[in-house]
Design a protein around this ligand. Structure first.
Ligand code: SF4
Length: 217
């Protein structure tokens, strides 16, 4: 992918906002492309916009979004640290489940977002996000809180915050899983620092070797 990443992301958001490829374009108020910095190290992927998201064009602005913000803050993260989006960019009428054909039609947008942002960790919020990005794996009740590596991507399935709004047991599970996420992020950060230090040492050695060669002539 070439060009200024911020401009590429903006262009992607504009293409999503103007998309009319599937029937959801006819019933939405606004498409909801996503929100957050292109430099985000964490990405959160939910299911689809709800009523408030549809009205505002922004992801996770309802009560589930407020809970997500509280959970992030409880482990020292800010919502603005994340890039947040959904599997589907337009609201299914009445918040019904996404249809497979709608998910297929919309899939390339999420793939483009992930390829552009290249986050250290992708939080999969709920079963639809898990089914889209980790197809064939067991249900979220067995996967939640686990770190799953596929290629160069790391995923952590979590219960959707909306499911924990009125379920104290699920909320406790989500809080515990969020602490695990914090640990995974700290490890990813430490690994990046080590890799940068190793690259710096290799560069210094190469420069020293080149200087030594020059002194021979
Ligand atoms: S849900 Fe996705 S594919 Fe369907 S109209 Fe919206 S952006 Fe386009």
């Amino acid at each position: 992918m070439s060009g200024d990443p911020a401009a590429v992301l903006l262009d992607l958001h504009q293409r999503i906002s103007g998309c009319t490829v599937c029937p959801l374009a006819r019933t939405r108020t606004h498409a909801v492309p996503g929100e957050g910095p292109h430099t985000a190290r964490i990405m959160a992927v939910g299911e689809a916009p709800g009523e408030r998201e549809d009205l505002t064009g922004r992801p996770f602005v309802g009560s589930a979004g407020q809970l997500l913000t509280r959970l992030l803050e409880s482990v020292g993260l800010q919502r603005s640290d994340l890039y947040i989006c959904n599997v589907l960019k337009c609201r299914p009428p009445g918040n019904r489940d996404p249809e497979p054909a709608e998910v297929d039609a919309c899939a390339h947008f999420l793939d483009e977002q992930i390829a552009l942002i290249r986050p250290d960790v992708i939080l999969l919020l709920g079963r639809h996000a898990v089914a889209r990005l980790l197809p064939g794996l067991p249900g979220i009740s067995r996967l939640h809180g686990k770190r799953i590596v596929r290629g160069d991507r790391t995923y952590v399935p979590l219960y959707h915050p909306a499911a924990a709004l009125y379920n104290a047991a699920l909320l406790r599970t989500l809080e515990e899983d969020m602490r695990l996420v914090r640990g995974y992020l700290d490890e990813a950060e430490a690994e990046r620092a080590l890799a940068a230090a190793a690259a710096g040492a290799a560069e210094r050695e190469a420069v020293a070797a080149a200087r030594e060669q020059l002194t021979l002539f």
